[in-house]
Design a protein around this ligand. Sequence first.
Ligand code: F6P
Length: 364
Amino acid sequence: MKRVLVLTGGGDCPGLNAVIRAIVKRAEQESDWEVIGSVQAFDGILKDPMEYVVLNNSAVAGIHVRGGTILGTTNKGGPFSWPVKDKKGQWTTVDRSDFLMERLKKLKVEAVINIGGDGSQRISQALYEKGCNIIGVPKTIDNDLSGTDFTFGFQTAVQIATEAVDKLVTTAASHNRVLILEVMGRYAGWIALHASVAAGAEVCLIPEIPYDPAKIVEKLKKRFIKGKGFANIVIAEGAKAKDGALVYQKSTEPGYENIRLGGVAYKLMHELKNAGLEAEMRETVLGHLQRGGIPTANDRILATQFGVKAFELVLEKKFGHMVSYRHPDIVSLPILEAIDKYNFVKPDSYLVHTAKGIGICFGD
Ligand code: F6P
């Protein structure tokens, strides 16, 4: 039997289970392949004792409708930066990638399928350079990977954010308030932009278009004069004012290398007040609700296509490649190319043009 190891790394995302199920179902069509899953990204293989599970048809039955990942995940550490305490009791990291390669050999793993975002795919590339037979599957609700038209999980996050705005509209209207919804997306404004257009927000603030609070106040004042005494603003967590800075916290969690974005909605409320907005304002931070729950049908379909393609790339020995959606096809490209640059919203794109065409203000 040949073995393929599957793992999910980084933040979770609706659709991960659909990818796992598709890999297993496609592998079961070949008589000589067995699928095993590492628990919590590569940690399962690096731990003592190792934690991995055999994935067969019965293990994955019906999981495509479930959010999260049956394998568990982590966005801390990894084989190249494993957190350990030094002699002084301070957290530091060590490279355990050679040890990982030994363990994969010991387990007789012929190929690895790493389902994860840009951080995980950087790990895939580094392992590939060490001789690992690895295939990447992109995932992220943020849709910020440039190697694919869309990532699964994004549609689900947009749906959740849209429904949140829909709900906020009714309470904003009842109280004549300005309600601000902060959504995720890291340094890209995809979730905010799509939810704003879908729900019909009055203002959409994204990292790619730094805003001027005075411009937003100007727009909102006109709207209140017209007698429509309420408004909804969607702001991406990575958005900032023209002369402003990102709102974030440094994480104290060992091995967590990212900054934690969040809190820009509160900042915006103060900026709008200072710029002369007299309306009552309230803010909502949607947070991890955007990553939970069942994936939309489209995300399940995209995830399933990625899973089947990933296993077929293993059969073709196209290692060092990542699956990708290039409408209408599922293709592959070198992981190195996929992680080369981020996918940002282009301020001159047709969707921004559309949003402006229906009167959505970006504060520019
Ligand atoms: O990358 C996905 C994402 O949900 C971002 O949108 C967000 O900034 C970040 O992860 C949150 O990470 P954590 O789960 O560590 O709080």
